[in-house]
Ligand binder design. Structure first.
Ligand code: FEO
Length: 422
């Protein structure tokens, strides 16, 4: 029998004995952090844990929801009972009510991840504040109840941690396992269908950091979790293990490259009159002539961006061929590049090439963007005016060979004669 407890009357909601939801609902929100769509609004989940020797608050709410938060808090505890304030993550949607809470409960100790100090300073505009830095394994006792911290950086900021209430098996997971979905019925077995929001949230918030998600799961999976209390969206009391398993699936690499010992180079291009296409084919031929490299060639005119993002996530190198039109690279190239913020491309090899009519800005612009995304751009781009000559196509081929050498670690060592004039 499902308990249809709802957060409708401004009071706290007990989610398990002695643990209360004291957060706020924001049904009118339509975008979060500017870039994320929130068709159902969101919630800022905050929790209160009552132990035999005091109370802990886990996260607060966005500042303009403070009144609701304090009203719910006061419905179950006095400020003088608060011994610990835990911020699992310092982004303002969870720390907005912190300054006022600290004024109301000056005796409380603040627990944040040891990585949170610079962010706390930024939030408080230079005011200094005493806090307890936590590590994985740090505990806080509230008499008969124990909070244990797990460092889970980048889920979703560097300072993120999770907090585990050992006696009840409650994982206060911060943004992890959360989603932007606003429903006063609060629990996953009572709210509307939020699967889309859960997957969308993972794709946009967690996916760029999936290596960190896997590390966090290594800490979380051995725990006897009976309930997940995230900082947004439904509280996961029904089969929380399913959501943990789903994060494992979503964070695992996709289809493996059949030739696992080969490096992968993806070449994307667009071509108005065939010149950049000819260059792309020459780059591909050069790279493919080297052993240990698997090369794929894609015309962006015939492809959707999303599947390419998945491919790029698994690739070792990407090269973009763009003509210069009106002093710029062409829009599909920018569309694909702008989608790469959803994945981790740091350290991959990037490259650019293309034909042009009179100025040729596209290649350096794309190279700058690749560097901005923290790819390495070790081989200078090649350009050809209008129709590439045989010599320019040979330069493209050599460009492909050099990319392959960098990919496979077969860069020729340069010997430097220290006596030679410079
Ligand atoms: Fe919900 Fe990353 O803040």
């Amino acid at each position: 029998m499902v308990t249809r407890t709802a957060a409708t009357d401004g009071a706290a909601v007990e989610i398990t004995p002695g643990v209360f939801w004291i957060g706020a609902l924001d049904p009118g929100l339509r975008s979060f952090d500017i870039i994320l769509k929130t068709a159902n609004g969101t919630s800022y989940n905050s929790y209160l844990v009552r132990g035999s020797e005091g109370v802990a608050i886990i996260d607060t709410v966005k500042e303009n929801f403070s009144m609701t938060f304090f009203r719910r808090l006061q419905s179950v505890a006095g400020y003088d009972e608060i011994r610990a304030i835990v911020l699992n993550h310092l982004e303002p949607d969870h720390s907005g009510a912190l300054p006022e809470l600290l004024k109301r409960a000056p005796q409380a100790r603040l627990y944040i991840s040891s990585r949170g100090a610079p962010m706390l300073k930024g939030l408080l505009h230079g005011d200094t504040l005493a806090y307890e830095p936590t590590q994985t394994g740090t505990t806080v006792r509230l008499g008969d109840r124990t909070l244990r911290f797990l460092q889970t950086p980048f889920l979703h900021w560097p300072d993120t941690q999770c907090t585990f209430l050992e006696e009840e098996g409650v994982l206060f997971s911060g943004d992890a396992f959360g989603c932007h979905f606003c429903d006063a019925r609060l629990f996953n077995d009572a709210v509307g269908d939020f699967r889309f929001s859960f997957e969308y949230y993972y794709a946009h918030i967690m996916r760029p950091f999936r290596a960190h998600v896997l590390e966090a799961l290594d800490l979380i999976e051995p725990l006897p979790v009976r309930l997940i209390a995230p900082s947004h969206g439904p509280i996961l009391r029904d089969a929380p293990e399913r959501y943990i398993a789903r994060y494992r699936e979503l964070s695992a690499p996709g289809l493996k490259n059949e030739a696992a010992d080969e490096k992968t180079l993806l070449i994307f291009y667009l071509s108005a009159y065939g010149s950049t296409r000819a260059m792309a084919e020459a780059v591909a031929a050069g790279a493919q002539s080297m052993s240990g490299v698997r090369v794929s060639l894609y015309d962006l005119e015939g492809g959707e961006v999303a599947p390419f993002v998945d491919l790029i996530e698994e690739a070792d190198a990407i090269a973009f061929g763009s003509p210069t039109i009106n002093g710029d690279a062409v829009k599909p190239v920018w569309d694909l590049l702008s989608s790469l913020t959803a994945i981790n491309v740091k350290g991959k090899i990037g490259a650019a090439f293309g034909s042009y009519g009179w100025s040729g800005e596209a290649v350096p612009m794309v190279e700058d963007r690749l560097r901005g995304l923290k790819l390495r751009v070790p081989v200078p781009g090649v350009r050809a005016r209008l129709i590439p000559t045989p010599a320019e196509l040979e330069a493209c081929r050599e460009f492909g060979v050099n990319l392959a050498r960098h990919l496979t670690g077969r860069i020729e060592k340069r010997s430097i004669d220290m006596a030679a004039p410079t």
